[in-house]
Write a protein that binds this ligand. Structure first.
Ligand code: CO8
Length: 373
């Protein structure tokens, strides 16, 4: 079977930062306004009073300290509680494509490739800003790439599932150099008035270049030794926004937003993740001590520590299972790729590592990697 490698990666990080302190201050102002406006109904027991959020809770429960967002305006205004930005005209790149251009350029430089070398682009993210024409095709035009392009979505596992599609396209002969981009523009889907979820997400875009080992000229590349994808249906992480919404006589105010049963997700996903990674380690005869890095999905610090402990059979040492969620928050499918991008340099040729995403669906995408050069 053809050896396939990740030969470059890139990350675009929006400049604006929202700290927990800022987020909690505006949320608590919103709570005061809501409770004052609804005092009568609250006293009559008709409406539940809202409770304050807290920085201590957020950091302890999730590990998140701050997040990057594309549009800070509105998020911190207790009378707005959402990002506010103008719809761009057709002749201007939409945000997701703009982010993807920046991340792709970094990945191309790292891989020592130009856009002309790319013959497949996959735009894989938890939300696709418009159904068609595909964002990836607009990106293809903007970069000046050839071949073909398509968009796909497997929520938090979009990046790993897309990389496996890239590997299959290369092995199947329909592409030779693939660009995968993951523009996670999550902030518009966050319900900033929900205490349970207002702190969870940030915006970012990651990119990877996947190609046959024989064409790779990058200084470093990472062979994809194995891939295991798994899905199991669950309603515990949902978003219901859809093109059919305007046909429904009933309006669901929650429909545009991300929502989850966080505890259930935590309990149900962890065993699935451990099973998938362990299964792939057994198949490839990789012992826990052979794994030099665990680039895991970045949703929750406690979940990552649990997963790492289960896989390694001991507590992970500093840097073994790198965390980026303290400054990026949960960036859906981009999280494990940011961890990879920022922490891959410490490996030496021959070192093995796992890159694994998990999230809505449920879905788990596990890639076993080995530094190739
Ligand atoms: N401040 C203070 N207290 C709070 C807050 C808050 N902000 N929120 C909740 N509490 C309270 C609760 O009311 C509860 O109080 P009580 O005990 O009195 O009932 C208490 O704190 C504990 O609440 P939880 O049980 O909800 O808290 P947890 O310890 O479970 O932590 C987490 C909540 C952090 C959400 C945690 O459950 C978690 O991270 N779970 C894993 C979730 C996960 O991995 N999800 C993956 C989702 S990502 C994904 O799939 C991508 C989807 C697509 C992306 C969409 C882009 C927008």
């Amino acid at each position: 079977m053809k050896k396939v490698v990740i030969s470059g990666s890139g990350v675009f990080t929006p400049e604006s930062i929202v700290t927990n302190e800022e987020l909690v201050a505006s949320f608590n102002q919103y709570v005061d306004l809501f409770n004052a406006e609804n005092a009568e109904a609250i006293n009559a027991g008709e409406v539940a009073a809202l409770e304050y959020s807290s920085c201590e809770f957020i950091e302890k429960a999730s590990g998140i300290k701050s997040r990057h967002v594309l549009y800070k305006d509105g998020i911190l205004d207790p009378n707005t509680m959402q990002p506010v930005f103008h719809k761009r005209p057709e002749d201007q790149l939409p945000e997701m494509v703009e982010m993807a251009v920046a991340a792709a350029k970094e990945a191309l430089v790292q891989a020592g490739k130009t856009a002309a070398d790319i013959d497949l682009i996959i735009c894989a993210a938890s939300n696709i800003q418009r159904p068609y024409p595909a964002l990836s095709i607009e990106l293809q035009k903007e970069l000046g790439a050839g071949g073909y392009a398509f968009d796909m979505n497997v929520a938090c596992s979009s990046a790993t599932f897309a990389i496996s599609n890239a590997v299959n396209a290369i092995r199947g002969g329909t592409a030779s150099v693939v660009l995968v981009v993951n523009p996670e523009f999550a902030s518009p889907q966050v319900n900033y008035t929900s205490r349970d979820s207002h702190f969870i997400f940030g915006d970012v875009c990651t990119a990877t270049i996947i190609e046959a080992a024989e064409t790779a000229t990058a200084e470093n590349s990472y062979e994809i030794l194995g891939m295991k994808l798994k899905t199991e249906f669950s309603n515990n992480i949902r978003c219901d926004v859809s093109y059919v919404d305007h046909c429904h006589p009933e309006v669901d105010p929650e429909a545009p937003f991300f929502r989850q049963q966080g505890r259930k997700v935590f309990k149900e996903l962890l065993p699935l993740v451990a099973d998938v990674i362990q299964g792939e380690m057994d198949r490839l005869q990789i012992a826990p001590d052979d794994l030099k890095r665990l680039w895991l999905h970045q949703a929750n610090i406690n979940m990552n520590i649990f997963a790492a402990r289960k896989i390694l059979g001991r507590d992970p040492e500093a840097g073994e299972a790198p965390l980026v969620l303290d400054t990026y928050a949960n960036t859906a499918s981009a999280g494990s790729i940011i961890a990879f991008h920022q922490n891959k340099q410490g490996l030496v040729v021959g070192d093995k590592a796992v890159l694994c995403s998990f999230g809505a669906g449920y879905s788990v995408g596990c890639l076993m990697l080995q530094r190739n050069r």
